[in-house]
Design a protein around this ligand. Structure first.
Ligand code: SAH
Ligand code: SF4
Length: 347
């Protein structure tokens, strides 16, 4: 396995070193095709609401940003989008929003999950990305039918995490949540932003090793993109936007080599930096894409970063899996069977 020094050498190679990248990406694609197959799995992304109780220093919809027009989709809008996803042959939907922990919100999600399950004859997989919650809340949502959860650690270095969040945001709490999610039975996805102010290639190498140690099932990582007016937008990153794009692709490829059987997303932020960003992510070893199904009328209000693409994506040219396949993480299946085998042994 690659060690930290090797990861740093590859991540830190000069941008123009395209021959090395070509080799790295080809190897990652070969490993992907051999382990999880050559298909691209689609998750329909539904951005439920941009209301958020948190105030992350990099994010466009942070609670401190008073210039945001706050919205919340109605149940009808969410169900129409999920029905569209189901009828179009998508295996699953992702429901994402700013963080809220009040009962009205957590109850509503539970109900929505149940409704999505029943409208799709239990066929649609449901991924949630709704931030930090109590263990009981994660449990209720899981019982209602959600089976995957995305919660990025954002930065695995405690020091870097502290620099990009207000003092009352806790990395430990986020780590605890990742543990709860795993224990409650979810397929767990995490990830980081790439090219943050204060971040080094050493941090990124550590992020990759962190994913490996945490034994994650899925990963979504993408370039950091400034949002004008946020506290972090005034701090310079050592990486240019071109470097962030290239680094993000190298991160995808290296993670595929480190963890061959996990699901890796080619994220929207790649597309924000390059018109063919998502194709490049797939060509670097990713196997999941998340077309945006949020109703067009409010899509512009869910702006986590500047220059977020709003148009529907063109799926021509992608080798997509459209058989209502859930595209479950192969890694999760082997993690489960290992756990079962060790329980058997203990009996
Ligand atoms: N509130 C939930 C989900 C919505 S935010 C949560 O925080 O988990 C989803 C992701 O958007 C975050 O995890 C973060 O990694 C990303 N994000 C936020 N601001 C960003 C920026 N300026 N550039 C790139 N990604 C950003
Ligand atoms: Fe809220 Fe998520 Fe943005 Fe943080 S990253 S401010 S939790 S939406």
């Amino acid at each position: 396995m690659m060690d930290r020094e090797e990861l740093i050498t590859i991540l830190g190679a000069p941008l123009g070193d395209l021959a090395t990248d070509r080799e790295l990406f080809a190897e990652a694609v070969e490993v992907r095709n051999r382990t999880v197959g050559d298909k691209v799995y689609l998750r329909g992304l539904i951005e439920l609401s941009n209301r958020c109780r948190k105030n992350c220093l990099y994010c466009g919809i942070r609670s401190g940003n008073k210039g945001v027009d706050r919205y919340e989709l109605t149940d009808e809008q969410v169900l129409a989008a999920t029905e569209y996803a189901w009828r179009s042959g998508y295996g699953s939907v992702v429901i994402q929003a700013g963080e809220r922990t009040d009962d009205a919100f957590t109850d509503r999600i539970e109900l929505l999950v149940r409704q999505i399950k029943s409208l799709s004859n239990n066929e649609l997989g449901i991924t949630l990305s709704l931030g930090e919650q109590e263990r009981e809340v994660y449990r209720r949502w899981f019982r209602a039918g959600a089976h995957r959860y995305l919660l990025r650690i954002e930065a695995s270095s405690p020091k870097l995490y502290a620099k990009i969040h207000p003092a009352d945001h806790s990395q430990k709490k986020r780590l605890d949540c990742l543990g709860f999610l795993k224990e409650e039975g979810y397929q767990v996805g995490t990830g980081v932003m790439i090219g943050l102010p204060y971040q080094t290639v050493g941090n990124l190498a550590d992020d990759l090793l962190f994913f490996k140690t945490l034994d994650i099932d899925m990963c979504g990582m993408g370039p950091y993109i400034e949002y004008p007016g946020t506290p972090l937008s005034g701090v310079r990153s050592i990486f240019t936007r071109d470097e962030r794009l290239q680094l993000a692709l190298r991160m995808i490829a290296l993670l595929r080599l480190l963890m061959p059987d996990i699901n890796i997303a080619s994220t929207t932020a790649l597309h924000a930096l390059h018109p063919r960003g998502r194709e490049l992510g797939i060509a670097a070893g990713a196997n999941v894409m998340m077309p945006n199904l949020t109703p067009a009328a409010v899509r512009g209000n869910y702006k986590l970063y500047d220059n977020k693409p709003l148009q529907d994506m063109d799926l021509r040219g992608f080798n997509v899996a459209l058989e209502n396949a859930w595209g479950d993480s192969h890694h999760f299946a082997s993690r489960l069977s290992k756990a079962r085998a060790s329980t058997e042994r203990r009996k």
